[in-house]
Write a protein that binds this ligand. Sequence first.
Ligand code: NAD
Ligand code: UGA
Length: 556
Amino acid sequence: AGVVIKNICFIGAGYVGVPTAAVIALKNPFLRVTVIDRDEFRIRRWNSAHVPISEPGLDDIVRLTRDGSKACSVEAVKSSLAQRIGARSSKISIPARQPNLTFATASSKSMAEADMIFICVNTPTKVTGIGAGYATDMTAVESVVKEVAVNAKTGAILVEKSTVPCRTAKLVQDILDTYRPRARFQVLSNPEFLSEGTAVKNLLHPDRVIIGSSNTIPGRRAAAALAKIYSTWVDRSKILGTHVWSSELAKLVANAMLAQRISSINSISAICEGTGADVHEVAKSIGLDPRIGPQFLKAGLGFGGSCFRKDIGSLVYLARSLGLHEVGDYWNQVLLINDLQRKRFARKVISRLNGTLIRKKITLLGFAFKKDTGDTRESVAIDIIRVLLEERPAEVAIFDPCCSVAGIQSELENLGGHDALNVYADPYQACLDADAILVVTDWDNFRMASTPDHTNIKRPQSPTDLTSSTSTIVADRADGFLNLSKDQYLPEPPCPSNCPECAYSFPSFNTEEHLEWARISYHMKKPKLVFDGRGILNATEMEKLGIRVEALGKAE
Ligand code: NAD
Ligand code: UGA
């Protein structure tokens, strides 16, 4: 007989747990979905007007599934969602509904009621002990599996959504057997392939859904129950059943292969700098071969983010623990090239500034690990700042259009606090009197406007123009969306400074605007150097503004 699923519990209200839970709730209005987390502050924010994660379209879905059509109409959400994920409104179908998504602090009741429990907690790299720097820290997974064992109803299905080492399902089953020997649970692996910044789009239109199970009848039934949930919006041909070990390993390998492409092209960028070839032209030339393809060949500062480094580390550790040292070394090289790229960039900056940063101001544009997210985990910026600080600059200024000032400051604490570090909410203040500007994140609004007619660019007439910033102060959100009638619904702007509800202050820069490079140039120190770590600036157009652009992967 088929397994009937009515209640689902997600443990871990983070970048993976909430978008996945919200999309499942959206597409399955008859399921009750609860997301629990031990972090009370995070749960409070998921229940507030301002969702804690900046992810295009996510707040639309959370609002509708959590608050129902009293808060906003299905049609309004559809059109907002379509606009934000770049789809046609008619292509998005949203079933009629009552609210069916709840956020709560971790509770045994939510676990006890659930027919299916998704584990979405962190699986970082171990920092001490055996395998430090490579092996996965399983503390959070172990702790939630113990709680599930004690609280869940017999017959519940446990789904590994977190990225875990191969053979974790055995470890999970062993913990369940130890703490509830007489209960029966099924363990599935259903890795997540979403990327931050496009999470909703990826979840609504996945390339594939992988469901790993044991090769037993109950295992296959459990996999079928999960496949049924996805099939409400994903074509059956895209739902692939595998053995649980293959599914767990496939996730690590997918990330390793993507990261490997980045390190491969970055290794070539170093060769380009020494030979006079242009890495972007090389990437374009090879990417036209359909066997290679154009994606993930963008040379630059390399990969940041919470997953690539840790997942490759996990793969390296796995290979080495199987005695496959050459295999481990092969994948480890992807990490070494990634580190090298940051160091090469920072050294280039120092060398172009005559080998000394004393009494100089260096500005970093971007702190998020990639555009369209406020996530700063494993930000490339931190490593660069670390190298710069050793040269004792007068100031390292930081601006990011989406990261909160408090968020950046808390990341900077990892550097042990430093007087020279300043975080700005205004890009023009950050760049004022800079000796060099470093483009660290590929935000679209750091590019020049698409029609770079420099004759029409408004040039500042005096330094005081700078203080009267033209960047728009974000709309006052005193009337949060919950007070809007359903037809008045508008996409949510970022929170205003000092929002009491979420205690975060965001930059006063409108993320729709492009930076006025003419204005920045006017207030830079000579020789007006901009180091483009993401290959997003047009050096010829910048030259017309008196700025010299240095990029990775191009000879000087
Ligand atoms: P996250 O840090 O954003 O969220 C994890 C949440 O789990 C946190 O809110 C934390 O408080 C909570 N948590 C930890 N221990 C808990 C416990 N014992 N009880 C209740 N809650 C607990 O992490 P994330 O980015 O969502 O990643 C989660 C997993 O998904 C990781 O394994 C990651 O590798 C994987 N993954 C992440 C992404 C991504 O883009 N971020 C994509 C694919 C897969
Ligand atoms: C990545 C994968 O793309 C997802 O499929 C996966 O689910 C996720 O990791 C995960 O397991 O966490 P994400 O880290 O969110 O997603 O973002 P990516 O778009 O993959 O970018 C990662 C980093 O690589 C960024 O710092 C980006 O700037 C860099 N990158 C990406 C490059 O330097 N060059 C490229 O060509 C592409």
